[in-house]
Design a protein around this ligand. Sequence first.
Ligand code: NDP
Length: 363
Amino acid sequence: MARIYRDDDADISRLDGRTVAILGYGNQGRSQGLNLRDSGVAVIVGSPSDSSAESALKDGFAVSRIGEAVRQSDVQLFLVPDEVMGEVYGEEVGPNLEPGSALCFASGYNVAYGLLSFPETIDVMLLAPRMVGKGVRDTFLSGIGFPSLLAVEQDATGDAWGTVLALARGIGSTRMGALKSSFMEEAVVDLFSEQRGDLLLLRLMFEALTEAGIDPDVAILELYGSGEWVEIYAAARDMGMWPQLQLHSHTSQYGQYIAGQRYIDAERSKTSLKRLIDDLQSGSFARAWQDEYRAGMPTLQAAMTTTRHHPLQEAEDRLYAELGRREPDSDSGRDRPRAAETETETETETETETETLSPGAER
Ligand code: NDP
């Protein structure tokens, strides 16, 4: 069982007299920066001069270019997207690190797959929230906190664990509990969760229902649009996945425990999921993704375009406009990777979907 660290295990005074730089003021950067500042830590922000820098200035932080923020700080939280980290590290972070610097990641990806190399004189740590950026801030303010995974890859100072625990406390994670992990474990579990195939399965369910004559709007509301599954997953979080079934009718319980399981080929699904884990552990997925990113994300772009014209998406557009959730003919930027957005587009989070392995599907 993983060791779980709570507030009493973390001494935030380890950050006294040290300046923490938030490198990248996006989903995680903004929330972690605000939480640390509210916890009494000295925080500055490093960001290219763009909308993120403006947002950090508006929040009252001193903002500079990333390289300058690295030079002015003792601890650096590296919070730019994983796919640009190599470039940003090579140009701005690496050249400005001093011996004794403590570089902290929120994702295991780049370190687990050996995509960055560090001087031996710095600490390299992982503080990976199991929570979206907005939740990092909201649960800090509500006092609940959120779980994180922690690891130390390199301990040059001999106090890397003390520093990462202090940071975990400062962002509000040790209130609920931060688990001892590793960069590779975090990378595998995070990528596995993203690639388990839910969206493809959802689309197949929509196709099966509508081909059987069910109205598309009725299908969408049942599958996700009503918000019922939000409540079910909230209950699973609070009560446990199977204990929350007591909130459902006996008919539903019989369906979930017994009837519905007849249609899943458990052995094939498990085999597919093991292959997925093999691809993640071997680095094969990471290599493919690096190549895709370097080529300008053509496969991702194609998948987004296909999805945009799928009957499920078209039905959702109509239904959500009807329900007042979306402007008719609105463009939320969901049909292209975020890197391809222009400045005038909305900041709405995009749900990306790639052709990934679905439980039970052959490759
Ligand atoms: P975002 O996509 O929100 O971007 C973070 C920041 O990086 C933004 O300020 C963005 O600026 C800036 N940025 C983008 N491209 C570049 C570039 N080429 N050079 C310099 N800065 C750049 O990232 P997240 O906050 O989502 O992710 C940060 C880290 O946190 C990642 O390692 C991620 O895996 C991890 N993480 C994310 C979670 C999440 O829920 N989002 C959950 C747990 C961990 P601008 O927007 O102005 O372009």
